[in-house]
Ligand binder design. Structure first.
Ligand code: RIB
Ligand code: CA
Length: 314
């Protein structure tokens, strides 16, 4: 059982990642850290609270974190992709009130699960970078880090060069890329191909498997329609963030390359993820102490796992 502290910015694909994590029999969600990103921090936090409420899991600590990037600039949100309130056409009820905890709870959770906690970050990395800045020694107690972000030698999604999470706060992304030990990065190289289609959605909504089921078709339709505008001829839409959790539970589905990674914040190439992919000698390869970068995956097996988990009951 993987004990996961999930940093996120729900957002449609983050929301599906939260559902997936809560339903997964091999994942124990020990906390959710919500930040600005796809929507503002407050909305992201309300959405996380709504999903925890639907799951009957208001016992999971919900920690409100970053409201804007480390640079201090204004955050940019993406309602055209995720909806005004981050869940496509769905408005979470006002009655939802998760108990919002202080950011210091991140450190108490790390202490509580010392040596076995996995941090998964599928949002802008501002909050996770802040945890490194504020509590460097404590971060040594984390077992491993999994981050969704970057685009290695492939086009970005918010600029020709950059992926949205790394672009949103490149300074934070670079702190995480250079400070986190046991780091796995799941970039667009893989997530752009983690496409959910109508057929997949039909399969996981053909009956009410759990309390998340009624949300899935409307949020998928909204997100898939947005992607029609972004990617000519796409059938379905890439749900980036779920892939990061599957890289944790099913690493055998992925091809990883270990490289040192930096993220550039120079305005002309903001958010560019850089690693040296030139051929290396065996000796050089063995001496690398970098991140495991997911470069390819088994789509069919991935979809099978996704369907299986999304049909689970609580
Ligand atoms: O580039 C994909 C990432 O940006 C995902 O985390 C998604 O939620 C969006 O914000
Ligand atoms: Ca996200």
């Amino acid at each position: 059982m993987e004990k996961v502290l999930l940093f996120c910015d729900p957002g449609i694909d983050d929301s599906v990642a939260i559902m997936f994590a809560l339903l997964h029999p091999d994942i124990e969600v020990v906390g959710i850290v919500s930040s600005y990103g796809n929507v503002d921090k407050e909305q992201a936090t309300n959405n996380a609270a709504y999903l925890l409420d639907l799951a009957g899991r208001l016992d999971v600590p919900l920690i409100g974190a970053a409201a804007y990037p480390l640079s201090g600039e204004m955050a940019v949100y993406y309602p055209e992709i995720h909806g005004e309130e981050g869940l496509g056409p769905i408005t979470p009820p006002d009655t939802i009130s998760g108990t919002l905890e202080n950011f210091s709870r991140v450190f108490s959770i790390i202490d509580e699960y010392e040596g076995e906690l996995v941090i998964v970050d599928v949002g802008r990395q501002t909050s996770l970078a802040s945890a490194f800045i504020l509590g460097e020694d404590v971060m040594d107690k984390v077992k491993a880090f999994y981050v969704m972000g970057g685009a290695f030698l492939v086009p970005g999604n918010v600029t020709p060069l950059a992926e949205a999470n790394f672009f949103g706060d490149p300074i934070a992304a670079n702190v995480v890329a250079t400070r986190a030990h046991s780091l796995t990065i799941v970039p667009l190289n893989v997530t752009n191909y983690a496409i959910l289609t109508d057929e997949v959605i039909d399969q996981i909504t053909d009956q009410e498997y759990n309390t998340f089921t009624p949300l899935i078709r409307p949020i998928y339709d909204y997100y898939a329609e947005a992607y029609q505008e972004l990617v000519l001829g796409i059938e379905g839409a890439p749900f980036h963030d779920v892939v990061t959790l599957v890289a944790l539970t099913n690493p055998e589905l992925f091809d990883f390359v270990e490289r040192e990674v930096t993220v550039v914040d120079d305005p002309s190439v903001r958010g560019l993820s850089v690693a040296d992919f030139r051929p290396l000698s065996a000796e050089e390869e063995a001496s690398i102490e970098g991140a495991q970068i997911a470069m390819d995956f088994n789509y069919d097996e991935y979809i099978n796992i996704f369907i299986q988990v999304m049909k689970m009951e609580f």
